[in-house]
Design a protein. Structure first.
Lengths: 456, 407, 179
């Protein structure tokens, strides 16, 4: 394979002058040196939010889901919105680590590790919501097929049961992918830390990794296989999430284009979150040499492309609502655009469709500050999108006498902000204790890693 | 010959083989015979002619149009895979003006094909009256004209830029220094081209095929149509590379790694197509609404049910398992067998979408189905071969070509 | 107990992957078989230089995927048609379109588990201790140094001859690996 990153048009992905040794030192030093002060400050804030989350959950357990704004007719509110939002964010991590690996896009090597961590934590946050929403979360294990004394089994024609399988498989495979990727770097930390306790912990986690040719060979193969499995998996997970809606016959939910359109939306919001995290992190840790302007530009392009697919989804849904001539579908469209949730709807159009159009301009793509703003806007827009899809379809459906309004309560907000804190806290722990950039994959991109193949 | 030597070669070394002329003549002749048969069929059974003709037209158009989509994708992703087949894609897109002419016979057939084009049907159906704002004869023709104008316009602009790139290089693979702005400009054309392609192909699929089935509508339809076009175009391209790689000059240019890439891409497209088709089925099955389930009910019973199973096996299961391993993908012969199977399945899929409305109890194959396929196919392949013969078989002016040759 | 060699092997240290691959090729040509090449990142050429080719991981993944698919569909069929049949909107008990998603998820889950566990098993991990760790400089194998270790178990191994052979490959250092 030829060197993909050395043409004059495309600048290198690692700034010149680095060697295998200095790359190793630079990345592992983030973990091995003293904790910076801002880390304590940031972690403290995140930790407080986690406490708030625990408080909100404890109160929920005591009182029941009535403390949230959900009620008939709107039985899904902020909770399921947050579930879909978080799980969508997770998808970009898998996309970066798996799909870009298969496509041999080497620019991924410096962002895949923390993107995978982001996936894992986002899926954790997402998983909380359906469980909390159960009403009796302590019997969540009823969701799984097991020979219970009651003699009942899950109903496998229900997309909610598919969701259990999809999300738990996704969490498991994401963890395995992340952990397998970490093994060689854990060995590096084991060999480099001076703290005996850390050496033992990293050593146990590295499982005796020696970096022998046999290790690497099987490792490469397994890693590629996992990437090949994770790619369709990530598509399937959000497709199954979209089935949760599309399986129903509710206007605005039952649309066959939902699976690819949801997947594109997930990647869209996920890349927005990667940018939201990467732009401050690279500044704080001085990692501009590894997460370069080209990385940010590429991610901006992915955001633009997936944003356009999302726009296609809105367009075709609206057109076919008219084409199908179903009065409920037509009303749903009118209600979204002009009804009581019109503000949320137009805000989502502005955030998801208009804002990213700036990314056509190269100067906009090359400004980290501007990209950060766009990324935040897209994060908000994608949250609103799920909110609008869920709430506007539920609050006015077939029977006008049963129409109602929905508003989140302070507990909805507390739970949502609490999961943001949980996500941030886990992220802080991760960047403190594990290498946030894959060291061994960075080494493979250095010029010194080249081996001339002998003619056979 | 090693690839390093290849890099020093010039456009003349990639001149199309003379055998292409024989292909062109043979194809045009076959197409002419097919056309004569189709005209005879039109005299005998005009309704059947239109039904067969529409499917054959969409089948061949899908290849050329899919090639256009792949070429825009190639400009935007700038990978080695696209450079090696760019000339094939471009030759196919240059046939689009002729394909616009091939659409003309559909126009007198609209009354036969579409319920909404028959005033007596519209008068009896309030649903069609509602749709008449969109589904009416002048607007239908106007839209199709617009689609073709967009496709032809973008295809020709990209094609001219590609030719200019060749000239700038003076016909040398490592010739004069290139103007990198041209590559960027091609990307700037390709991006809106791809977006407009997705929109127009969606509406074309709604107009030409989906509206055959009154009352049926599915928002996945256009997406699945685009996915099918990607399969068609890539399968056809692989068959052309098979032919080219068997003789000079391309026998030394194509390497197993290139075919490996096409194999992976074909695998991806097959899986994507299956994903679109399965998602539409699952959602319709779950929702159980008459409008959608009726569509599937016809297609899962009797002869149509058999055809459905055949499509699942031939359009997904078999290619999936064949393309899963590494060895077949690197071997152009094996890859071509899969590609040929998929092209057959593309026709079956289009037939499965459009024909059941005319014979709900089961497929009623007619000799005109074959005659129209041969007529359009022969003429189109003749045009394609003529276009392919007009340029060097590799974009010698592209700065990334030496890298692609070494890939 | 059989007489275990007190020396695990001899280890040569190199500065670049190219040197490591060249040295491994020469050692293989010289008839050494029980050896391994250590590097801080994957070098496919080193594995080939050791005289190996294919990995068995893909086969394991395929087996895992087939098991997962059969188990996934089988579970749903058994639950929906045998153990707890329910009429859901008039659909047949064996509603195969509705069983696609879970079948797919189970396929990926089991195949993925086979990939990871298979990789660990084929690599003999976890193995917290290994003789090569006794060499102090081996810690650099996870940073920027490359090592070739010829084991004492090798038929051709001889403490003096092998050391001289390794010396001829131009390493920066040669160390004895205690067992």
């Amino acid at each position: 394979m030829t060197d993909p990153h050395a043409t004059p048009e495309r600048p290198a992905l690692i700034s010149p002058g680095y060697t295998s040794g200095t790359v190793t030192d630079k990345i592992s030093e983030v973990v091995l040196k003293k904790t910076p002060r801002w880390w304590y400050a940031g972690f403290a804030v995140a930790f407080l939010l986690v406490m708030m989350l625990l408080y909100a959950i404890a109160y929920l357990f005591a009182k029941g889901v009535g403390i949230w704004g959900v009620n008939i007719p709107v039985g899904w509110g902020w909770d399921i919105t947050n579930f879909v939002w978080w799980i969508g964010i997770g998808h970009a991590g898998t996309l970066i680590s798996a799909i870009l690996l298969l496509l041999r896009q080497h620019w991924r090597n410096s962002i895949n590790r923390f993107a995978e961590a982001m996936t894992l934590f986002a899926v954790g946050c997402a998983g909380l919501y359906p469980l909390l929403h159960l009403g009796r979360p302590w019997v969540f294990y009823w969701l799984f097929p097991y020979p219970s004394t009651m003699g009942v089994w899950p109903q496998f024609r229900s997309p909610l049961v598919w969701d259990v399988f999809a999300v738990s498989t996704y969490a498991t495979i994401s963890f395995l992918f992340w952990f397998v990727g970490l093994i060689p770097d854990l060995a590096t930390l084991r060999d480099r830390t001076k703290n005996p306790a850390a050496r033992i912990i990293y050593g146990m986690l590295a499982m005796g990794w020696r970096g022998s040719a046999r290790h690497w060979h099987n490792y490469d193969s397994a890693y590629l296989m996992l990437a090949g499995l994770a790619t369709p998996l990530v598509v399937s997970v959000h497709s199954v999430v979209s089935f949760d809606f599309a399986s129903g016959v509710l206007p605005g939910w039952h649309s066959t284009v939902f699976p690819p359109y949801f997947v594109a939306g997930a990647i869209y919001s996920g890349f927005a979150m990667v940018l939201t995290l990467a732009i401050p992190l690279r500044a704080l840790f001085g990692l501009q040499d590894f997460i370069t302007a080209r990385h940010l530009q590429n991610m901006a392009k992915v955001m633009l492309a997936t944003g356009l697919i999302v726009a296609y989804g809105y367009m075709i849904e609206f057109f076919l609502a008219w084409y199908g001539d179903d009065p409920y579908e037509v009303y749903m469209v009118a209600n979204r655009a002009l009804g009581p949730y019109a503000f949320q709807f137009w805000a989502l159009i502005a955030c998801n469709i208009l804002a990213p159009q700036f990314l056509w301009i190269k100067r906009a793509r090359s400004s980290p500050a501007f990209l950060f703003v766009i990324a935040i806007i897209v994060n908000i827009g994608m949250w609103l999108e799920r909110f609008v899809i869920i709430v506007t379809s539920l609050h006015r459906d077939f029977l006008p006498s049963s129409w109602g309004m929905y508003h989140g309560t302070i507990w909805d907000v507390a739970t949502f902000v609490g999961t943001l804190g949980l996500f941030a806290a886990l992220m802080f722990l991760f960047i403190r204790f594990l290498p946030m950039i894959s060291i061994f994959e960075m080494r493979t991109m250095l010029p010194e890693a080249k081996v001339e193949e002998e003619p056979k | 010959m090693t690839t390093r030597e290849q890099a020093g070669r010039s456009a003349a070394d990639y001149a199309p083989p003379a055998a292409l002329e024989a292909i062109r003549r043979g194809a045009l002749l076959t197409g002419g015979v097919g056309a004569a048969a189709a005209i005879l069929g039109f005299v005998l059974d005009p309704a059947q002619f239109y039904r067969s003709y529409l499917i054959a037209f969409v089948f061949w158009l899908s290849i050329a149009l899919g090639c256009f989509a792949l070429s825009t994708l190639h400009h935007l992703s700038s990978g080695a895979w696209g450079l090696m087949i760019r000339r094939i894609l471009e030759a196919a897109t240059r046939t689009l003006p002729f394909l616009a002419l091939f659409f003309v016979p559909v126009i007198p057939g609209m009354r036969v094909l579409y319920h909404w084009a028959r005033p007596e049907d519209v008068a009896a159906d309030p649903h069609l009256q509602h749709q008449a704002l969109y589904l009416n004869v002048p607007f239908f023709i106007g839209r199709t004209a617009l689609y073709f104008a967009i496709w032809i316009g973008f295809a020709l602009v990209l094609d001219r830029m590609s030719r200019r790139q060749d000239r700038q290089a003076g016909g040398e693979v490592r010739g004069a220094p290139r103007d990198p702005r041209l590559t960027r400009r091609m990307q700037m054309v390709a991006a809106p081209g791809l977006i407009l392609y997705c929109l127009t192909a969606t509406f074309a699929s709604i107009d030409w095929l989906m509206s055959i089935n009154p009352h049926f509508h599915s928002s996945m339809y256009g997406v699945a149509f685009v996915g099918g076009q990607a399969v068609s175009a890539l399968a056809f391209t692989i068959l052309v590379t098979l032919w080219l790689s068997r003789r000079p000059p391309m026998d030394v240019a194509f390497r197993p790694t290139h075919f490996h890439d096409y194999g992976k891409l074909l695998f991806t497209f097959v899986v994507l197509w299956a994903y679109f088709a399965a998602s539409q089925l699952i959602i319709s099955y779950q929702g159980n609404l008459p409008m959608e389930v009726g569509y599937y009910r016809t297609r899962t019973h009797g002869g149509w049910g058999t055809l459905s199973l055949l499509i699942i096996a031939g359009h997904f299961a078999l290619p999936f398992f064949l393309l899963l391993g590494r060895d077949l993908k690197r071997h152009v012969g094996g890859l071509s067998v899969v590609a040929a199977l998929l092209l057959v399945m593309r026709w079956c899929d289009l037939y499965w979408q459009a024909a059941p409305i005319f014979s709900p109890d089961g497929p009623a194959l007619h000799w005109l189905d074959a005659a129209t396929m041969i007529a359009i196919g022969g003429l189109w392949i003749g045009l394609f071969a003529g276009q392919l013969a007009r340029r060097p078989l590799l974009p010698v002016g592209d700065p990334a070509l030496p890298e692609a040759l070494n890939a | 107990m059989s007489r275990a060699p007190r020396v695990y092997g001899l280890m040569a240290e190199f500065r670049s992957p190219q040197e490591l691959v060249d040295a491994t090729e020469k050692a293989h040509a010289a008839g050494y078989r029980r050896m391994d090449a250590y590097a801080p990142f994957p070098i496919e050429a080193a594995w080939e230089a050791l005289g190996h080719h294919k990995s068995r991981v893909p086969l394991l993944v395929l087996i895992g995927g087939i098991i997962g698919a059969l188990a996934g569909y089988g579970l749903q069929y058994w639950v929906a048609a045998v153990a707890y049949p329910l009429n859901i909107g008039g659909r047949p008990y064996n509603s195969w379109p509705a069983f696609i998603p879970v079948t797919f998820e189970m396929t990926v889950l089991v195949a993925g588990a086979f990939a990871v566990l298979g990789m660990l098993a084929l690599n003999g991990l976890p193995m917290p201790h290994h003789p090569v760790f006794n060499v102090e400089r081996f810690a650099l194998a996870s940073r920027d140094r490359y090592f070739l270790c010829i084991e004492a178990r090798d038929r051709k191994f001889d403490p003096v001859v092998t050391r001289n052979f390794l010396k001829s490959l131009g390493p920066t250092e040669i160390s004895e690996v205690e067992s």
